[in-house]
Design a protein. Structure first.
Length: 141
């Protein structure tokens, strides 16, 4: 399994940041490869989102995911169940100085198609997924 962790500070209250992350329709605003994300089913705490992402070569593919842990406003976990890489991501939020929010994204990825438990592709994919948190708008509206 490959694990990657990134942290960012957002200049908004924790409840606002959590709501932004929990609403999958915001993904294309800060995740460069996401083309669109549409609510598919379920209550907000177990929502399923149909997501389309774009490879560097321009081809689109499904990266559908479900919310697998919802503990407002401090923890949100998602599990990708479609696409070549199927990471599990955990957003951990905590109140920081002056009403801002610290957001940590931890990504675990076990490549399904490789015999070795940790491959260089798996590590790169986990690192790339975790790095998306660095694109999170510092002032979520």
């Amino acid at each position: 399994m490959a694990r990657a962790v990134e942290t960012v500070i957002v200049d908004r209250p924790i409840e606002v940041v959590f709501a932004f992350l929990a609403d999958g329709s915001n993904n294309s605003k800060w995740r460069p490869r996401v083309v669109n994300t549409i609510f598919a089913s379920g209550p907000v705490e177990r929502a399923v989102w149909a997501q389309t992402s774009r490879r560097p070569n321009g081809r689109e593919y499904a990266t559908d995911y479900r919310i697998s842990w919802y503990d407002e406003p401090t923890r949100l976990e998602y599990t990708v169940f479609a696409g070549p890489a199927r990471p599990i991501g955990v957003y951990t939020l905590r109140t920081a100085a002056h009403g801002s929010t610290e957001v940590t994204l931890t990504v675990d990825l076990t490549p399904r198609w490789m015999l070795l438990p940790i491959s260089s592709f798996g590590r790169r994919a986990a690192d790339a997924e975790a790095a998306t948190i660095l694109n999170l708008p510092t002032e979520i509206r």
